[in-house]
Design a protein around this ligand. Sequence first.
Ligand SMILES: O=C(CO)[C@@H](O)[C@H](O)COP(=O)(O)O
Ligand SMILES: [Fe+2]
Length: 223
Amino acid sequence: MKNTIIAPSILASDFANLESESNMLNRSEADWFHIDIMDGRFVPNISFGIPVTAAINKHAQKPLDVHLMIVEPEKYLEDFKNAGAETLTVHYEACTHLHRTIGQIKELGCKAGVALNPHTPVSVLEDVIQDIDLVCVMSVNPGFGGQKFIENTYDKIEKLASLIKKSNSNALIEIDGGVNLDNAPKLIKAGADVLVAGSFVFNSKNPEDTIKNLKSINNSLVS
Ligand SMILES: O=C(CO)[C@@H](O)[C@H](O)COP(=O)(O)O
Ligand SMILES: [Fe+2]
């Protein structure tokens, strides 16, 4: 049975209580911590940066999945690796020399991810798909939590899954934005391996239970 990875996004957590939010994720069935870095240039919002990532990493007992929504990400890869990143995801749209940047991430010993904005077709990854560990399909325009899921994402996942298969790549398909219990089963059926969920988890009454419910979707799909 496929084991979907659940990566709650810290962006929607209580920034004044990152230690207790981290401990909640440690106790929960979450697999990764999703860390959204926004620079006010690549996206029209600023979140937090390297010191806060390092502070979260002090408490996190699970891998940090760092989503860099920043221009010139190559300048900061090493800093984020030192802050605790296991996966470093850069945006296709922010990288002039994507192949080189992927190589730099691998040289640091991190997993290399590439994120695609909603308008970017999966075909742009044809020549690098074998070199990457994860493709983050943005199911909202990056920059903010709590946005509405874009329905075209299902088609995009199917196209990406077929590119990955054709290329003998091991890249995981991650979906980021507007994920909830209504769309998650369909996303998993279409081929998603990793689900990022921010507001759906942290705005719920019981985030630990919500994570458990997302994690158990696979079981219900089997029957
Ligand atoms: O990268 C981003 C947004 O740019 C995401 O990771 C959001 O943080 C997901 O939040 P929700 O849409 O689940 O509230
Ligand atoms: Fe993200």
